[in-house]
Design a protein around this ligand. Structure first.
Ligand code: SF4
Length: 284
């Protein structure tokens, strides 16, 4: 969650989320729409979809208990090597080494050589003599790296590895940032009495599991829509991962739509359906 949004947003959301879903069984009375609605604002919506699928498997196959077996964990949708190792080490305190970006950076700098995650896991296994508290070991490695062996300005003079680290006191490029992609987009609010128009086959690449408002990317929809007036109602910037959008929102007045793949939703139902934050900002 923290890859996509701030600690503050997650802090507020996670409390409500855990109140609604305190354990795997609590998902039984829910559906994907409910889950997406609780997840709304946290981004990476595919993870919510995978979580929902995984929870169903855990409830049906493992009687509501998360297995502590790596191969069983890897069979769950959305669970890869890192997540399986993180669940085992951090969740069950069992022998596993989740290699996150911090641990990878720390070891790679010390030996000044790029290795695969499997090789990094082997190095950690050889180095970790205690062989007991895997949870503390992983968390301390992650925290040590993020607070001392920082991405662009490592604190080498303070570092306990400085005497044998092959990258000690090296300069690291501060300007290594993701390439930002700028894009201008129009979104359209189309009302008919107390109904609002959504599109079922959007060309906007994000939030595929949600109902979408039509946008300037939906060329087919636009070519099948006529209207009397296009009134601009709001304009704002919005970032999703490394995409920076300049969003302009228009109301299309007295419109006539000859496009089939749409869905009309009653205004008073909008609160109940799952909508990503972007669409809420467009509408309210
Ligand atoms: S000496 Fe510097 S580069 Fe090496 S591990 Fe420590 S903080 Fe990182």
């Amino acid at each position: 969650m923290l890859q996509q949004t701030t600690v503050k947003t997650v802090e507020n959301k996670i409390k409500k989320y855990l109140k609604k879903y305190p354990n795997f069984k609590s998902y039984k009375v829910s559906n994907l729409e409910d889950l997406l609605s609780s997840w709304s604002g946290l981004g990476y919506y595919n993870r919510a979809v995978n979580l929902f699928k995984s929870v169903n498997i855990i409830n049906q196959t493992y009687k509501g208990k998360l297995p502590n077996d790596k191969y069983k964990l890897l069979e769950l949708p959305g669970v890869g090597n890192y997540t399986a190792n993180a669940v085992l080490a951090l969740g069950f305190n069992e022998k596993a080494y989740p290699i996150d970006v911090n641990i990878r950076r720390l070891i790679t700098r010390i030996i000044d050589f790029k290795l695969t995650d499997e090789e990094l896991e082997t190095i950690l296994d050889i180095s970790f003599k205690n062989n007991k508290n895997f949870r503390n070991f992983s968390e301390s490695m992650m925290d040590y790296s993020s607070s001392i062996c920082k991405k662009s300005a490592p604190l080498c003079p303070k570092c306990i590895f400085k005497n044998f680290c092959r990258s000690a006191n090296k300069k690291f490029d501060k300007n290594v940032t993701k390439k930002i992609k700028n894009q201008r987009l129009e979104f359209y609010i189309i009302k008919k009495n107390n109904l609002l128009c959504f599109i079922k086959d959007p060309n906007f690449q994000f939030y595929k599991k949600f109902l979408h408002l039509p946008s300037s990317l939906d060329k087919k929809f636009i070519s099948h829509t006529k209207y009397d007036e296009k009134e601009k109602v709001r304009s704002f910037n919005y970032s999703i991962t490394n995409h920076k959008f300049k969003i302009n929102v228009f109301i299309l007045k007295n419109s006539y739509i000859k496009y089939k793949n749409i869905q009309w939703i009653k205004n008073n139902k909008l609160e109940k359906i799952a909508l990503p934050t972007l669409f809420k900002k467009i509408l309210y």
